[in-house]
Write a protein that binds this ligand. Sequence first.
Ligand SMILES: NC(=O)c1ccc[n+]([C@@H]2O[C@H](COP(=O)([O-])OP(=O)(O)OC[C@H]3O[C@@H](n4cnc5c(N)ncnc54)[C@H](OP(=O)(O)O)[C@@H]3O)[C@@H](O)[C@H]2O)c1
Length: 295
Amino acid sequence: MSIQDLPKVGLGTWLLTDFDDLKQSIQTAWKTGYRHIDTAQVYNNEYDIGVILKALGIDRSELFLTTKIAPQNYLKHTKASVSESLARLQTSYVDLILLHAELGETANLAAYQALLDLQMEGVVKHVGVSNFSISGIKKLVEETGVKPYCNQIVCSPTTRPLELEAYCLEEGILLTGYSILKPYTTPNPFYPDSALTSDEKVQLDDLCKKYDVNIGQLLNKWALQHDYHVIPKSKNPKRVEENYQLDFEILAPDLEIIDGMNRFSSAEYQESVKQWESRVTEEQSEQGLLYKEHF
Ligand SMILES: NC(=O)c1ccc[n+]([C@@H]2O[C@H](COP(=O)([O-])OP(=O)(O)OC[C@H]3O[C@@H](n4cnc5c(N)ncnc54)[C@H](OP(=O)(O)O)[C@@H]3O)[C@@H](O)[C@H]2O)c1
């Protein structure tokens, strides 16, 4: 029987474009028990993921596969781009497909409707969004009557969009958090104010010692305990294994210490949503991002 629901922990693959690194991560993840892989048309690794899944003999029905529509494909090329994603991934369906980011109303709606059509055809099992705001989601629901299955959004101790999070959870829209570790490792380039201070890092390091876990385990568990699904990425096999070993509970006062590091306002989130639209030119929308193997 195939996996119906989004697994709580999956493997992120953004920036995993070196074939050997990607293969090692997927191989380790599969052996460790991960059953969800997250990719996107813009990650330029769907083709390699397809090759790797085939080479490893991974049973498609046991894997939950997510990809995302490139914003350049929303207006005119959504369906064609899904056909290409399926060909690159060497599969007849994806379990979850997301609009990668919120653009303008017309583009969002065109792409969302195209995905709902594909869902009727069985090519796509679930349709969701990523980097969407409350108003962006409301508009889609108003126009189509269909709630997205999930919203994949940035979530870290310093960048947690609380209002959006509460809205999604209330509406039964699953949350997936991404870049959970970024402010600890390297400052997230999209959120320059997100870097942790050295005091905050010490606090997190102390919590790691207390629970005898590493920073990946601590922060992914923190997100899970706030009802997120997580998709940690690592090219390091030991970290891939450890990021899945989350069999411990962070006590409420310690969750609060991490929660206290948040400095993300609704206005900042809204600002970050708007920036996606400005990154797509008319010419790009016209041409789309269509490719056979790599771009
Ligand atoms: N929808 C979107 O717009 C969007 C945006 C960003 C990301 N995503 C998805 O979310 C996934 C995760 O986000 P992300 O890749 O930005 O960040 P992340 O999972 O928070 O990881 C950030 C960095 O932390 C390092 N790391 C991983 N595990 C670690 C551990 N246990 N201890 C110490 N360092 C560790 C990794 O480096 P090493 O590889 O060197 O271990 C990685 O480059 C992505 O891969 C992608 O699938 C989606």
